[in-house]
Design a protein around this ligand. Structure first.
Ligand SMILES: [Zn+2]
Length: 353
């Protein structure tokens, strides 16, 4: 196969905001709007006998809640409609996936299921009530060469997670890699993907040939892989590339349900493309470091941003760009192709040989 196939793109069109489309027996695609450049998220509704399993939530907003209420009515979701929600599964802690987890579990009298790291991350970020974490984030960017004006702007933002996420439930049920959930009499195996989020839970149903991929495997864009302030020496790109291999044993005709974009087939081609994309970017950064030679004192991550992000970046995009560039530099460091050194409170990378 040399191209991805999007079986629902032309046949049925996209479901509009709050509309659902049946994509496999008992599996509905629910598309919700997001107020960002990435303007939607795909959620999944799985029939579970008389009830439902919901996968992911959308960010917290009044508009999101209003759309959900319409979906409850339209799809008869919840005890009021005689179809209780047996589980709410969140693939990972990012706001568009976990933002309404607290609200949905209360409204629908159900419980959250997530991997331990994702639940803990959501709770941790939400509980940073005064936004001190945002100051750490700004310091992290300064450490990697960001100018004072941008650092000050980022430091003063307060808790950006809380702005779009309601309090995540104080208790949850743990999903582990290899667990099998039974939904509607069918087994869904948990495949944990790393790198984009700490322990993202993807769900694979062999009987249906369907993979709910979260943000781990997206058809058109590559998921953001970043090094963040909370773990500055992390190497999430190596984790990401290694965990992509967990999806290789799946059959070639697997229908992949991603959190953004269209459902598709061509899983193995997409795995190849995602890995190749990052290898190209690693090579580009290594070449940029090599041009200067190993005798120079090297470059900060911010100085290297244009290698991967030639376009102008606003102060929100720049944080993701720093995290992503740093992730590639950390991977080069691990592979012995770059050296990290710190001087005067600033981290620089240079060619290793
Ligand atoms: Zn995400």
């Amino acid at each position: 196969m040399n191209a991805l196939v999007f079986p629902f793109r032309d046949a049925a069109g996209l479901p509009g905001p709050g509309q659902t489309l049946l994509v496999a027996p008992g599996v509905y695609w629910l598309r919700m709007p997001l107020p960002y450049r990435l303007d939607h998220i795909n959620l999944w509704l799985l029939e579970d006998g008389d009830g439902w399993v919901i996968v992911d939530t959308c960010i917290q907003s009044n508009k999101g809640k209003a759309i959900w209420r319409g979906v409850f009515e339209q799809m008869r979701i919840g005890r009021d409609y005689g179809r209780p929600v047996t589980r709410l599964v969140c693939t990972h802690f990012h706001p568009d996936h976990m933002g309404l987890a607290g609200w949905l579990t209360e409204e629908l009298e159900t419980e959250l299921w997530a991997s331990r790291a994702e639940w803990l991350f959501g709770r941790m970020l939400w509980l940073d009530a005064e936004g001190e974490g945002q100051e750490d984030i700004a310091r992290h960017y300064a450490h990697h060469g960001l100018d004072e004006a941008r650092v000050a702007e980022i430091a003063g933002r307060g808790n950006t997670y809380r702005m779009v996420v309601g309090e995540p439930p104080r208790r949850y049920n743990r999903l582990r890699h290899g667990d099998v959930l039974t939904v509607g009499g069918r087994g869904w195996e948990v495949i944990v993907g790393l790198g984009h989020a700490p322990e993202q839970a993807c769900l694979y149903c062999r009987e249906l040939g369907v993979l709910i991929a979260g943000d781990q495997i997206l058809p058109r864009i590559t998921p953001n892989i970043g090094v963040w302030a909370s773990e500055p020496l992390a190497d999430p790109l190596s984790d990401y590339l290694a965990s992509l291999e967990r999806f290789r044993p799946l059959p070639p005709d697997t229908l992949v349900l991603p959190s953004h974009g269209y459902p598709f087939t061509g899983l193995h081609l997409r795995l190849d493309q995602l890995a190749a994309h990052h290898e190209e970017r690693l090579d580009a950064l290594a070449a940029a470091l090599g041009k200067e030679g190993r005798t120079t004192r090297g470059h900060t991550t911010v100085e290297l941003l244009p290698v991967l992000f030639p376009q102008a970046l606003d102060s929100f995009q720049i944080g993701f760009a720093i995290g992503e560039t740093l992730a590639h530099l950390a991977c080069l460091d691990r592979r012995g192709r770059a050296r990290r050194a710190e001087a005067d409170g600033v981290v620089r990378f240079r060619a290793a040989s």
